[in-house]
Write a protein that binds this ligand. Sequence first.
Ligand SMILES: Cc1ncc(COP(=O)(O)O)c(C=O)c1O
Length: 406
Amino acid sequence: MTAPARTRTSAELIKAEKPVLAHNYHPLPVVVARAEGTWVEDVEGRRYLDMLAGYSALNFGHRHPALIEAAHRQLDRLTLTSRAFHNDRLAEFAERLASLTGQDMVLPMNTGAEAVESGIKVARKWAYEVKGVPADRATIVVAADNFHGRTTTIVGFSTDETARSGFGPFTPGFRIVPYNDLKALEAAIDETTAAVLIEPIQGEAGVIVPDDGYLAGVRELTRRAGCLFVADEIQSGLGRTGRTLAVEHEGVVPDLVLLGKALGGGIVPVSAVVGRREVLGVLRPGEHGSTFGGNPLSAAVGTAVIDLLETGEFQRRAARLGTVLREELTGLVGRGVVGFRSRGLWAGVDVDPAIGTGREISERLMREGVLVKDTHGSTIRLAPPLTITEDELRSALASLEKVLAA
Ligand SMILES: Cc1ncc(COP(=O)(O)O)c(C=O)c1O
């Protein structure tokens, strides 16, 4: 007989998952049962500092009181209508999100991958209807080492064999160029190009920050070529880098911005495509949608997220604590760290492979009470909630120093 979940230990729960859960993840061996702010607690009551924040879905920490209150209030009133009817929360969410991002219109969806798929559909439709690309000939230029999600179309233009292999045949119409290379980008754009789709900072690839001028260069190239600049800010956006959007560091306004993760406050999946009216306006009834996209619970939580971002407090914290993160990591270079890249409260740290793989370092940090996630090889990612205190941040980095020195 299977024991009820509450009486099972972490080890028992991990074992119980194996036969019944698809093995599409390889989580660290920690079973989280409760969380508040920057801290999570496992089944046995051990506490850990969360230095991953749900890949930036928890930018405001776990269970931020204002977000929880907004969710509770909405749960007591109305949760879902579908877009067959209007709901009384959606207009304000769209108005405020458009205003926060300096755009005109919003297409609400749920997950990040859906926002990317939606951006691709909109860009293609725009290419046929506005730019005049012949039917079914539109191309989209993307960057090598991209990560935009896991649907079949999206993995089709991934350069990561683990993500792609075994999932073909893939959707045609994508051209892949090296990231951070304006010449290669320029050469790939032609009269069939609907859009250039890139991450302003490549998260999954190891927090790859492009050279200064790259994003402004992409904007200039796309403007000259008459194609769209679509910025995937699903991980980089909403405060993480010290600005509301990472493209703001170069004063760039893309034609479409893809948002997700933190937009749902770590409570519900909320994503969106935001953009100019000439572009998002190409969609007409019946051409795109989602049963849950724009539901009143998501709109209420998303609006409460916008309330937080409008204060500017989280962007300022990310910028200020980002300098602490950078200083501390600089001090570790040559002492177990071979290099790092960071912007705001977000860093990719390359650990000396002789010390361990990213996975091994993550497991050692877990035993020190700090949760991080590895990415390719010996790189670990740091992306704590933007609510982290300076002391907490320094203590997490002290744990990293200890693990590297051991
Ligand atoms: C830049 C970027 N785009 C898209 C996605 C996909 O988001 P989701 O996992 O919500 O589908 C991610 C997820 O990590 C991401 O980092």
